[in-house]
Design a protein around this ligand. Structure first.
Ligand code: FAD
Ligand code: NAI
Length: 466
């Protein structure tokens, strides 16, 4: 009947933006539909992104410990340590399945109507699923996410020249892995395969790896990765690939000279682009901007009435937690409440070893904005828990306003930085100062004490460093 296909809200795309928006809409009493073309909900993040990559980072770290670091820790392993990659991949697949199954259950229990298939706008208020008119809705949320960027001179073939989609599922360890791009994907998946024994070479165009990070932090990271055996070339422009003596080589230009790096697999990790293929934007008069993003106002409204957009298809960092927050805020706005996302305090994490986490302004960004700042740093070499845990590679850096002491940014390199950053995020969310961090009691011994010390260091008052 009509009422079965008529909704208050229809969401296209079941990733962290879309499924979270749908759940929040349903919680607020709106009749909600969710259109997703994949069988499993969870989008890029759960199926081929955040979650499978973290599962591989975890198991590869265990392998690395057993293979290389166990003896020094007094763990004698009798016999050869060997890798069963099939078990590793099965475990990763099980993690993904458990989570996507969980989202499926939540969506069902919230009474959200699921449409499986490709969603396409058919003018304002109407949606086709797999080319058949299927539903109509007063409000439509576009949350179709992003797709891999290709290099024109090094086209992906899904076999040898691949994206993260394949690099989370290799069936053997490539002897030589060339990674193009030292962003989050390149560094995380480069680390995974290096731990499993690949010769990993990372080629990065910019002067620093992990480009969005504070420069001090990138430098420290680069040293740490090089110690772990990754070969990293910065200021290096990849120009193509060719066979040399019957072997594929990636060709790049570094300081005016050509370099050739042999590759069994090439991971292209040069960014992602908004994905709106076949979405029928033209039927509602929406034209994406030059880079493919859908333009929205402060209330996620597109140029078409009743149509909103969130997540990787709109401006801002392409991160799962950013998409989720936008999903919640938009659902609340549609329900007549005051939804809000604080874009100044979105943490950014790279889950390597050590982990890198940052929030707010870097030192360079603060200077660019002409803000007078004070900086406090605390190295993990002076932290008891870090020493006891073989985890002294790292630092905490706090950037505060010179005038008001308000925290403007926080940057951490540490084992567990992904968990630690939330403390700085919370202080910033409540307008906290460096002194607030320094005067907050931290359990001893914890690596988090380095955050307190960095807060104190802003005024030259760190206890355990000079
Ligand atoms: P997506 O998750 O891409 O979901 C969009 C969904 O829409 C997809 O399921 C797609 O099938 C569906 N869809 C598209 N078009 C249609 C259509 N017309 N009809 C029906 N369905 C459609 N972010 C982090 O914050 N932390 C991490 O650790 C992290 N790790 C990552 C690792 C990798 C390897 C990758 C690739 C990404 C990672 N990200 C991470 C980024 C994160 O995955 C994205 O920012 C996030 O998934 C964006 O959410 P979204 O809902 O906007 O889009
Ligand atoms: P990215 O944008 O983070 O990094 C791409 C890197 O490639 C940049 O450093 C860039 O300078 C470099 N590059 C671009 N063209 C190049 C060329 N021709 N030669 C050499 N280097 C080149 O993109 P990435 O790593 O592909 O990730 C895509 C998205 O997924 C990002 O938005 C990221 O935020 C998200 N993601 C987040 C993760 C996390 O939060 N931990 C993990 C993985 C992905």
């Amino acid at each position: 009947s009509d009422s079965d296909s008529q909704f208050d809200v229809a969401v296209i795309g079941g990733g962290p933006g879309g499924y979270v928006a749908a759940i929040r809409c349903a919680q607020l009493g709106l009749k909600t539909a969710l259109v997703e073309k994949r069988k499993a909900l969870g989008g890029t993040c759960l199926n081929v992104g955040c979650i499978p990559s973290k599962a591989l980072l975890h198991t590869s770290e265990q392998f690395e410990f057993a293979a290389h670091n166990a003896a020094a820790a007094g763990v004698e392993i009798d016999g050869k340590v060997s890798l069963n990659l099939k078990t590793v991949m099965d475990k990763k697949d099980k993690v993904v399945k458990q989570l996507t199954g969980g989202v499926d259950m939540l969506v069902k229990k919230r009474g959200i109507t699921r449409f499986e298939g490709h969603g396409k706008l058919l003018g304002e208020g109407k949606i086709a699923v797999d080319d058949k008119e299927a539903l109509s809705a007063t409000n439509i949320i576009l949350a179709t996410g992003s797709a891999v960027v290709d290099l024109p001179f090094l086209k992906q073939d899904g076999e040898t020249i691949v994206s993260s989609d394949q690099a989370i599922a290799f069936d053997s360890v490539p002897e030589n892995l060339v990674v193009i791009g030292a962003g989050a994907i390149g560094l995380e998946l480069g680390s995974v395969w290096a731990r499993y024994g690949s010769n990993v070479t990372v080629l990065e165009f910019l002067p620093n790896i992990a480009a969005g990070c504070d420069t001090d932090i990138s430098k420290l990271l680069e040293r740490s990765f090089k110690k772990q055996g990754l070969t990293i070339h910065t200021k290096t422009k990849v120009t193509g690939a060719k066979e040399i003596d019957g072997k594929l080589n990636v060709i790049a230009e570094k300081k005016g000279k050509e370099i050739a790096v042999p590759a069994d697999k090439v991971l292209v990790a040069v960014g992602r682009k908004p994905y709106t293929d076949g979405l029928g934007l033209e039927t509602v008069g929406i034209t994406p901007d030059q880079r493919g993003f859908i333009e929205i106002d402060d209330h996620f409204k597109t140029s078409a009435a009743g149509i909103f957009a969130i997540g990787d298809i709109v401006r801002g960092p392409m991160l799962a937690h950013k998409a989720e927050e936008e999903g919640v805020a938009l659902a609340e706005m549609i329900a007549g409440k005051a939804g809000h996302v604080n874009y100044d305090v979105i943490p950014n994490v790279i889950y390597t070893e050590p982990e890198v986490a940052g929030v707010g302004l870097t030192e360079a960004q603060a200077k660019e904005k002409g803000i007078a700042i004070k900086v406090g740093k605390f190295p993990l070499q002076a932290n008891g828990r870090a020493i006891a845990s073989d985890a002294t590679d790292g630092v905490v850096k706090i950037i505060a306003c010179a005038e008001t002491d308000k925290i403007l940014g926080g940057h951490i390199v540490a084992k567990g930085a992904s968990e630690m950053i939330s403390e700085i995020v919370t202080h910033m969310e409540y307008g906290g100062s460096a002194e607030d961090l320094g005067r907050t009691v931290h359990a001893h011994p914890t690596i988090s004490e380095a955050i307190k010390e960095a807060g104190l260091a802003v005024d030259g008052a760190a206890i355990h460093s000079l």
